[in-house]
Design a protein around this ligand. Structure first.
Ligand code: ZN
Length: 433
């Protein structure tokens, strides 16, 4: 199989430090070029680009992180993207060792298989299949499975576990080759993949090519109307180049000869959208989908007023958080003595946007593969959470606040005593004794 990974154009300026290219692009849903910035976030380096040397981490270039609304169709997106070969070069940090499919994802796989009335021996094709764990869930239901995964290490792990995997980016040309090879998937899945793809037209063209008349496409993607409702703005980072609403998926279906068969909101990652598409044109969406479109209109997710309110909420939260840190005294405020819990893309967005670096001494993270490395841009050491106890730190800023319940429980069980600071949705303190 040939490599279909997008190649950077020679005409595009590249960063001297990393070789990364920034590419401007039209609206990925409608092709429009007029847009307005509605969420201006501070420029950051690629959010999960951990480095082995602090000096290299500090020297990483920062890229703009402005979210814009398309003037024509209202799609929220990054108007310029960092070349994917740079984004994915560090991909092995994105997923840790996965002991098995999380129960919520297993339930989702079973729901999909049941809903499409999948039968034993029918094929499931997963795009962005990682280490094959999701597909193994379908194999357990009796399906044949095939993965497509651009990260070589993950593709090798999947193959070693018995999940046939093509090490490549999914594209229209790859889809054509697979179709020529006789692949007829009953179900095509893409979990948290569509938002990361710069060329959505090519992605949908590929889906349309490979999806037979009886097939279905299941897209699972972050749903910012629910995420932003809990101030989860830090889901925005450079790898997330598109932020899809039901309206966007409906518009893409109209453009590419699909219809939304059914869709629902899913309580994963602070809010996600599951949309199942059928390969046929239909101007009208089903009634339950029309209600979802109406819900989005009521929220005003494509209006400037919606984002003005979000900006105001974030500014208030940042101010209150700095107030809490000041009240805690020198162990937390302004002395760079405060540990931060968590290291991820989202943490980078949060730390830069709320200007928390003046307080942070280092980070801790549960993933051993991150420990011993340095955070992008700020060069903060990532350490084992046990240092909170051995060094007797009196407070800790929970940067991975989306997982605050799990982190607080882990801190309690570890025997640490002190003050945990939760930055969002509303900044507050939790005393652990
Ligand atoms: Zn558009």
């Amino acid at each position: 199989m040939t490599t279909n990974a997008p190649q950077p154009s020679a005409a595009i300026p590249r960063s001297a430090a990393t070789g990364a290219a920034i590419r401007p692009r039209p609206c990925p849903v409608c092709g429009g070029v007029d847009r307005a910035t509605v969420l201006h976030l501070h420029a950051t380096p690629l959010g999960d680009l951990l480095c082995e040397q602090s000096s290299r981490a500090v020297g990483l270039p920062a890229y703009p992180l402005d979210l814009a609304l398309c003037t024509s169709c209202g799609h929220l997106h990054l108007p310029s993207v960092v070349a994917p070969e740079e984004s994915y070069s560090n991909y092995h940090f994105h997923t840790g060792a996965s002991p098995g499919l999380a129960p919520s994802m297993r339930a989702l796989a079973e729901e999909l298989w049941r809903t499409i009335e999948g039968r034993a021996g029918e094929l499931v094709l997963d795009i962005g299949s990682n280490d094959g764990t999701w597909l193994a869930g379908f194999a357990a239901l009796g399906a044949r499975v095939q993965g497509v995964e651009p990260a070589a290490g993950q593709a090798q792990r999947a193959a070693a576990a018995g999940v046939t995997t093509i090490n490549d980016y999914f594209s229209a040309s790859l889809a054509g080759a697979l179709k020529d090879d006789g692949l007829r998937p009953r179900l095509i899945t893409a979990n948290y993949v569509a938002a990361n793809i710069p060329d959505v037209d090519d992605f949908f063209a590929g889906l349309r090519t490979i999806c037979p008349a009886e097939g279905r496409v299941a897209l699972l993607t972050g749903y910012h109307p629910d995420q932003f409702a809990v101030a989860m703005f830090d889901y925005a980072y450079h790898e997330h180049v598109s932020y899809f609403t039901v309206r966007d998926v409906h518009n893409l279906c109209l453009r590419h000869g699909f219809r939304i068969d059914w869709a629902r909101r899913v309580p994963l990652k602070g809010g996600s959208l599951l949309a199942v598409l059928a390969p046929e044109s239909a101007p009208e969406a089903p009634e339950h989908v029309r209600r979802m479109l109406q819900f989005e209109d009521w929220l005003g997710v494509r209006t400037h007023g919606y984002f003005a309110a979000l900006n105001a909420r974030l500014a208030t939260a940042s101010e209150r958080l700095h107030g809490l840190l000041t009240a805690l005294g020198p162990s937390a405020a302004g002395m760079r003595t405060l540990p931060g819990y968590g290291m991820s893309h989202s943490v980078t967005t949060l730390v830069y946007q709320f200007e928390l670096s003046e307080h942070l001494a280092f980070l801790v993270d549960d993933n051993p593969r991150r420990q011993g490395l340095f955070s992008p841009g700020l060069g903060l050491a990532v350490r084992d959470p046990s240092v909170l106890i051995t060094e007797q730190h009196p407070s800790c800023l929970v940067l991975a606040w989306q997982h605050d319940e799990r982190i607080i429980e882990r801190l309690r069980v570890s025997g640490w005593t002190g003050t945990a600071i939760i930055p969002l949705p509303d900044p507050h303190l939790i005393r652990i004794q």
